[in-house]
Unconditional design. Structure first.
Length: 349
C-alpha cells in the first residue's frame, strides 16, 4: 500500500541532531503509514549516511541550495498524497503525524500545521529569553483583513501586550516552517516553494500562491506539536533576524500590494540617540523607552516575578533593528525582481 503521509526531513550538517528527530518519527502512532525522505542539503558531516543506515531514502544536493530547494526536492519524490516538512532539530510528539492527517477532514483543506515549542539548551539568560519570546507562531487570518499601514500598526501594538498561546484548532493564514504539511497535488500545482527564499518568509509566500490558486484553507492544530531544540547565541539570534528581514523584503519586491515590513521602534530609539548629541537628556529617554514600547518584559518582570525580563525589551529591539537592516539589504538586492499580481484578486493580502 502507498504511504498516507510523506515526511520530508531537511538537514544541513545535522549528524549530531538528526538521530533524535528520526527516533521521534519511529515513535509515531502511524509509523507504518509514513514514508520518510531525508534531503541532505550539501552536508559535509555524514548526515546522509546516518539516515541510510536506518534504511531511509536519502536525496542529496551536492552543494547547499537552501531550505526551500531541499523541501522541493523531497516533495517531488514523495509518494503520499500529503507531504509534511520537518527540520533536523525538531522532535514531534507521537501523535503528530496522526493529527496532521486527521486535519484533512474536508476536501477544502489544503494544509495542516501545528505549534513549534522551543527547548533551549543551557540555563543562561538567552535560553530563558527564547522560551519567554517564542517567535514560531502561525500567521493569523486577521492579516488578510487589510494591508493598510494603520491597521498593521495596530496589530503590531496589540501584540506587544499579549503573550502568544497555541489557542484552539482554527484556520490560519500561514504556518511556521518547522511544522507544516500540504496536499502534494496543490503544492506541486503552484510550483512548490520559491527557491529565492533560502530561509525566512518562504511559508508566507507559498500561502499567497496557494490562495491565489484557490487553495485557501489552512488548519492549525495545537495538539500536533513538536519541540525545537537549539542553543541560542546573540549572534545566532541576530543572524536569524537579518534573514527574516531579507525574506520580508523579497515578498515586498515580489508581490504587488505588499507593504514594507519595517519596525518603527528601532527607528524611534535611534532618532532619540542621534538627538541626544545635542540634547543629552534624550539619551536617558532612549535608554528607558524600550520598557514602555515592549511592555511584555515589564509585565513578566513584575507579575511573573522574573526581574531579568526587564532586559527582554532591549533584545527584542536589537532583533527588530536587525530585521530592518535585513529588509533594507534585501530590498536593494532584489530591486529588479518582476512583480507578481495580487495573491487574492479583490481581497486584501
Amino acid at each position: 500500500m502507498p504511504p498516507s503521509l510523506t515526511v520530508v526531513l531537511c538537514s544541513l550538517n545535522g549528524a549530531d541532531r538528526i538521530g533524535r528527530t528520526l527516533d521521534a518519527l519511529d515513535a509515531q502512532t502511524i509509523r507504518a503509514d509514513l514514508e520518510i525522505i531525508v534531503v541532505d542539503d550539501g552536508s559535509a558531516d555524514g548526515t546522509g549516511d546516518l539516515a541510510r543506515a536506518r534504511g531511509l531514502t536519502v536525496l542529496r544536493h551536492e552543494r547547499n541550495r537552501g531550505l526551500s530547494a531541499a523541501r522541493n526536492t523531497g516533495a517531488r519524490a514523495a509518494k503520499a498524497p500529503v507531504v509534511a516538512f520537518l527540520d533536523d532539530d525538531c522532535e514531534p510528539v507521537p501523535r503528530w503525524a496522526e493529527l496532521l492527517l486527521a486535519g484533512y477532514d474536508g476536501h477544502d483543506v489544503t494544509g495542516v500545521g501545528g505549534p513549534v515549542v522551543p527547548v533551549v539548551a543551557g540555563t543562561g539568560f538567552l535560553a530563558r529569553y527564547v522560551e519567554r519570546n517564542n517567535r514560531h507562531e502561525p500567521l493569523e487570518l486577521e492579516l488578510t483583513t487589510s494591508q493598510a499601514l494603520p491597521y498593521r500598526f495596530w496589530l503590531y501594538l496589540r501584540d506587544q501586550w499579549r503573550t502568544p498561546r497555541p489557542g484552539p484548532r482554527r484556520d490560519v493564514y500561514s504556518f511556521t516552517g518547522g511544522n507544516m504539511s500540504f496536499r502534494r497535488d496543490a503544492l506541486l500545482e503552484v510550483g512548490g516553494f520559491d527557491e529565492r527564499f533560502r530561509f525566512g518568509s518562504e511559508e508566507e509566500d507559498l500561502s499567497r500562491r496557494l490562495r491565489r490558486a484557490g487553495h485557501t484553507r489552512m488548519v492549525f492544530d495545537p495538539e500536533a506539536s513538536l519541540t525545537h531544540s537549539f542553543a541560542p547565541t546573540p549572534r545566532g539570534l541576530l543572524r536569524r533576524s537579518l534573514a527574516y528581514g531579507r525574506g520580508n523584503a523579497i515578498q515586498y519586491r515580489k508581490w504587488s500590494g505588499v507593504r514594507p515590513t519595517l519596525f518603527p521602534w528601532p527607528v524611534l530609539v535611534l532618532t532619540l540617540l542621534v538627538g541626544s548629541l545635542r540634547a543629552r537628556p534624550l539619551a536617558a529617554v532612549a535608554a528607558l523607552l524600550p520598557l514602555v514600547l515592549y511592555p511584555r518584559g515589564l509585565r513578566d518582570a513584575v507579575l511573573g516575578r522574573t526581574p531579568e525580563a526587564l532586559l527582554d525589551p532591549y533584545l527584542v529591539l536589537a532583533q527588530e533593528a536587525s530585521e530592518n537592516v535585513g529588509f533594507v539589504r534585501g530590498a536593494w538586492a532584489f530591486r529588479d525582481m518582476p512583480r507578481e499580481p495580487r495573491s487574492e484578486p479583490g481581497k486584501a493580502e
